[in-house]
Design a protein around this ligand. Sequence first.
Ligand SMILES: [Zn+2]
Length: 391
Amino acid sequence: MTERLYESNAYDVAFDARVTEVRAGEGVSFVTLDRTLFFPEEGGQSCDRGTLAGFPVTDVQIKGGEIVHTVQGSVLPGTEVHGEIDWEYRFRNMQMHSGEHVFSGLVFRLFGYSNVGFHLSENSATMDYNGKLTADDIEMLEERANRIITEGHAIRAWYPSKEELAALSYRSKKEIDGPVRLVEIEGTDLCACCVPHLRNTSEIGFLKIISFENYKGGVRLQYRCGLRALDHYRDCLSLLTAAGRLLSAKQEDIPAAIERVQEEAKNLAFRLSEAVRMEIADKIRRQYEADSRNDSSNGNALFVFHAEPGLLRFAMDEARKHYSGICVILIPQEGGRVRYLMEGSEQVSELQNGLRERFGAKGGGAKGSVSGSTEASEEQLRGFFSEQGIG
Ligand SMILES: [Zn+2]
């Protein structure tokens, strides 16, 4: 069994150990030591990083009771090696992890919910509870957790004797085989845990819940502590600064500025839609005047508009103000499909049959009004309708 130096020396950065076993992998060695400061991936928390014999350690896992280090280099069995952990990474994890104990202890004491899931890695930091919490509950818990943090409670980890353990009431995520390691936050919480901890809650610095969602009948919280909370705060401020710059607004005026932009966009969309309608009506009227002058109108008409398909109805109503025969409106869509509307005679049902047979058009309607769509091109459709005396 590898001696777990990180359990009693959570603040040590360097150590020396003897290599007990080496297995070769592709470009890496899987190294077992007689003792290690490297915390392996366990309890939902990602492993420590660092170097062993000068080579980067990229993974640390527990296999058959031993702690196996994935080392980017070659190490010989039986030799003494020097190891160093990435202290910055370890310390941030200790801040995040100790913060979780403070928060979960409070949730248990005030709501009776257990912490049933915990994930801590570079990309995620979540705590799951087997009961629901409201936004108000979470704000209250966050407030109290930060008070405990600033009060500076001592944190202690130890292996109690069987007798001592039997007399204690503590939180635990799972049934534990073998010796139980307890982590106590003085006057606040007692929990079984295998992970390195801070010495005092004041070192957590700050705890912030970022978001929460319903999860498996309970709740999942995203959170940050200490230096990672500071990183998150900086990221949020950068976003606000960027948004403020884009909107030419002070941070506190950003919501009002966004409302203003939305309102302007809505007005513009409305004015654009009015302009398009006027253009459609104008084009139809001018076409009709030209047809009347040339005496080329047989009462039928076909129009093509590059506009929203929602304007088919409007264009048809405008066309039928002038033309007494069959009116066809085509609106080509992005991606090649053409939407159409045909009205003015019962004969449009026959036209629809023709479009279906020749172009596989889809659609339908009744009583002299048929709408549909087809993949035929505008030219093909103009040709088809021209044969029917429409165009
Ligand atoms: Zn813990």
